[in-house]
Design a protein around this ligand. Structure first.
Ligand code: ATP
Ligand code: SF4
Ligand code: MG
Length: 361
């Protein structure tokens, strides 16, 4: 598949009182038209900063210190503000993590959607943009779009505000949509509706969707591929089926073990031990080693390299939820629960996912 969006060895730092914090550290990821890639990881792993870097929205004291972002083959890092503004909202759009901080509290939501149209399409008359805004609100499932378009953000529920954000993001029919935790604050029903909407858009208009989320259930229902981020890096990447049924990295496994699954017993969830590291004082070697039950001495020294997870035979891949909003992560197969290799606490697949295998042999 040809990539529409390519993130290539991206590095982002935030300057502070001490050493700069490298919060995104060599992230590479690609996204094709019609594809959904989910980025998952604990709080602070760098998901939003990666998304903001793609959108050209890293402000001082943050800056991109390395790598590139390419859209349709065009390099975006270093693009002049004016050129980025033209692209943003037209070709690349983002739904932000917190709709309340992204919507203007003193402007009616219909006007905000209409403005999102006229900014990029100045030829569209104000009246026509207003009508189009109402159509957009209706298309994202806002009931009574005429009435609601006259409301201010604080007069609307979280679910409606999220839909308004989505209407704004879709106003100019972007080719790439970045949705940062689009459903976190929503009830289950609204969450399902928003996810179904995104799935339809992807099918009908070939939207490329970069989905940032904590919620592995959302990933299972909507994504094609998953990138697992930890402390500014992608530690494992693979198809949804591979990640759920044959993940190799201990961090991915720990995240899955901490996530409710269909049929999981009460008390069977195991939280990931410890806390993520401070990006201004990252551990040497593998950044996960202070929390990893499989760590050996070499992990404190070596920086592991990422390799794709091995594909599993189709027979052992669990059925994916067909709807857009599964209640929980699909069950893993016995193969992913295999005990680690007793000789050094790692199975060969894991070694290829997170080690320089040669250094350990
Ligand atoms: N403006 C900023 N100034 C300084 N540090 C920042 C800034 N924005 C983000 N960071 C730091 O960058 C790191 C990554 O933050 P980011 O918001 O990308 O995390 P996240 O993975 O999106 O987390 P969450 O799941 O909580 O949304 C964090 O350590 C955060 O404190
Ligand atoms: S490299 Fe070592 S510490 Fe890091 S995840 Fe693998 S086993 Fe754990
Ligand atoms: Mg975030």
């Amino acid at each position: 598949m040809t990539a529409l969006l390519e993130i290539d060895d991206l590095h982002v730092e935030f300057a502070g009182a001490g050493a700069p914090a490298r919060v995104v550290d060599g992230v590479s990821l690609s996204l094709a038209a019609g594809e959904t890639v989910a980025v998952v990881g604990e709080s602070g792993s760098g998901k939003t900063v990666t998304a903001l870097a793609v959108m050209g929205l890293i402000d001082p004291p943050g800056r991109i210190v390395g790598g590139d972002v390419r859209f349709d083959g065009r390099s975006l890092v270093g693009l002049a503000d004016r050129e980025y503004r033209e692209l943003r909202g037209r070709e690349l759009a983002m739904v932000f993590q917190d709709p309340m901080t992204s919507l203007n509290p003193v402007q009616r939501v219909g006007d905000q959607v209409a403005e999102a149209i006229t900014v990029h399409q100045p030829d569209v008359a104000v009246g026509a943009a207003g009508l189009r805004a109402i159509e957009l609100l209706e298309s994202v499932g806002v009931a009574d779009p005429v009435g609601r378009s006259g409301a201010y953000p604080h007069q609307l529920s979280g679910g409606i505000r999220q839909r308004v954000m989505l209407a704004m993001a879709l106003a100019n029919r972007p080719r790439v949509l970045i949705a940062d935790e689009p459903t976190t604050a929503l009830d289950v029903t609204t969450q399902a509706q928003i996810l179904e909407l995104l799935a339809n858009l992807r099918r009908e208009v070939g939207l490329a969707l970069l989905l940032v989320t904590h919620d592995l259930g959302v990933v299972a229902g909507l994504a094609d591929r998953v990138a697992v981020m930890y402390a500014g890096r992608i530690v494992e990447e693979g198809s949804v089926d591979d990640i759920f049924s044959a993940s190799r990295h201990p961090y991915t496994r720990a995240l899955l073990a901490a996530t409710p699954r269909i049929g999981s017993k009460r008390g069977s969830l195991v939280p990931v031990p410890g806390v993520p590291p401070n990006p201004a004082a990252l551990p040497h070697g593998c950044r996960f080693h202070p929390r990893c039950a499989l760590a050996i001495d070499a992990c404190r020294i070596e920086v592991p390299e990422l390799e794709p997870v091995r594909s599993v035979p189709p027979a052992s891949v669990p059925a994916r939820a067909s709807g857009p909003a599964p209640a929980a992560v699909p069950p893993r197969t016995a193969s992913s629960e295999t005990a680690p290799d007793p000789d050094h606490g790692l199975d060969p697949g894991h070694r290829s996912a997170c080690f320089r295998a040669d250094d350990l042999s």
